[in-house]
Write a protein that binds this ligand. Structure first.
Ligand code: PHE
Length: 455
């Protein structure tokens, strides 16, 4: 049934690293720490972890199932599984989420790219807090340089997508992800040995549920979707490239664990330092860019390590971006029969044109910085709508679709590789979670956040 020309990842390890390459990105290094910092620390972390276990991971398994069973793009895949074409809306909504993410994700990736050169020039050698803060203001202040960096990011993503992806992504992630882990680890050890580090550890692990609000719960849920790349078709598209013998439940478990580990390590690299330097944990998107250079400035050869850290973060951001853009590319080439190169270029242009709005709106002093829609800048709006509205709705629909509109036999068959894996127990558990826990939790968080029900 599968189209012979369709590429797949080469092996089990290849599947794992390619998928991890999508999950690990700016979400772990930049967004997780700053949202945890802005929303109260440990209590937020615990709610986030519950969302990962009961919502993110089950939806990841459901998406792998949809992708590998059909070996199609998100719209084609859903349409193949259901005679009712309305379900294809999951795919359209997913692609919209993907565009919204890319509009601001390429902004932040551009900041990261520009930091590679700042680190290389030794700008942070003897930096203090004010120096680190002003370096960030300069990096985001436009109008020209952050836009140029964003365009560089988009061009690199498009080039890799045109050159043929899967084997390349696999290889890059397989060799570089471990190095990123080592650098985050070094940064973490240094941060943990700074004077006053223990306050940061308490912040991350000693929960105070007093300050938790429905809004904060929705943000934690949104982060779980964003982090695990679920609810918008990426994991369906990657699942469509999986090998036949892959144990998809095990892959989802491993990817989720590894991804969560990277986030927690990033948190342990940042919060001890934040408290030790007497900074504000709730400073928002600048947190990574201000804290990490200061930690590395306290390590021998810190500039070299900091440069490598930003190179690897840039690579992680790039592989994650590729996985987002692969969703509309697969759709346009398979459903609309547009050539791959054309699809990449058209999408690249769309992302550049609208993405510039995000970059300018985040740039102090630009005309767009003061432009607010629903009280948010373009940058924040793109982020908010994708993570906190579209992806949860997409995820909810995927859970209902797989839980209620696909036969149990098909699901069991695919997830057990035609009965080869003796994993009936865990598949049954998955079905219970995806039918009840996942949709009910997403609905409750939603209704609670808009005030229809009160927890
Ligand atoms: N998971 C990626 C990160 O954490 C972002 C992403 C979101 C990638 C959605 C693909 C799809 O950086």
């Amino acid at each position: 049934m599968s189209d012979k020309k369709r590429e797949t990842f080469s092996s089990g390890i290849g599947v794992f690293f390619a998928t991890l390459g999508s999950a690990v990105g700016l979400g772990n290094i930049w967004k997780f720490p700053y949202l945890t910092g802005a929303n109260g620390g440990a209590a937020f972390l615990i709610i986030y972890l519950l969302c990962v276990i009961f919502v993110g991971m089950p939806i990841m398994i459901a998406e792998f199932y949809i992708g590998r069973k059909t070996r199609k793009n998100i719209v084609g895949a859903v349409n193949q599984l259901s005679p009712n074409k309305a379900w294809g809306g999951i795919g359209i909504l997913g692609m919209l989420s993907g565009y919204l993410i890319l509009f601001f994700y390429t902004t932040v990736a551009g900041w990261v790219y520009s930091y590679i050169f700042k680190a290389m020039k030794g700008e942070f050698g003897k930096a203090n807090i004010d120096g680190a803060k002003s370096a960030f203001s300069v990096a985001i202040k436009g109008p020209v340089s952050p836009i140029v960096w964003q365009l560089v990011v988009i061009i690199i993503i498009c080039t890799i997508l045109i050159l043929g992806v899967k084997k390349g992504i696999e290889r890059v992630t397989k060799s570089l992800m471990p190095v990123l882990l080592i650098l985050v680890f070094i940064c973490m050890v240094r941060a943990l040995t700074l004077p006053g580090a223990s306050q940061g550890i308490s912040f991350l692990f000693k929960p105070d549920f007093g300050a938790v609000s429905p809004k904060i719960i929705l943000i934690a849920l949104g982060l779980a979707f964003f982090k695990l790349s679920v609810g918008m078709g990426t994991m369906t598209t990657y699942g469509s490239y999986f090998t036949e013998d892959n144990n998809m439940i095990a892959t989802a478990l491993r990817v989720t664990l590894a991804d969560t580990l990277v986030s927690i390590m990033a948190g342990l690299a940042i919060f001890p330092a934040v408290f030790s330097f007497g900074m504000e944990p709730a400073q928002g998107p600048s947190l990574l860019f201000v804290t990490v250079p200061l930690v590395f400035s306290k390590i021998p050869l810190g500039n070299v390590l900091l440069t490598i850290f930003f190179v690897l973060t840039a690579i992680a951001a790039t592989t994650a971006s590729i996985s987002i853009m692969e969703v509309p590319i697969a759709y346009f080439t398979e459903e609309k029969k547009i050539s791959r190169n054309k699809a990449v270029i058209i999408n690249g242009i769309i992302i550049a044109v609208v993405g510039i709005l995000a970059t300018l709106s985040a740039s102090e002093g630009s005309a767009l910085a003061g432009t607010k829609i629903f009280g948010k800048t373009f940058f924040d709006l793109f982020d908010y709508i994708s993570s906190n509205i579209f992806m949860p709705i997409g995820g909810l629909l995927i859970a209902i679709f797989i839980g209620y509109f696909n036969s149990k036999k098909n699901v069991v068959d695919e997830l057990s590789n035609g009965g080869v894996l003796a994993n009936n127990g865990i598949i049954n558990l998955f079905r219970i979670i995806i039918r009840y826990a996942t949709p009910i939790l997403v609905l409750i968080v939603f209704l609670n956040s808009i005030g229809i029900i009160k927890l």
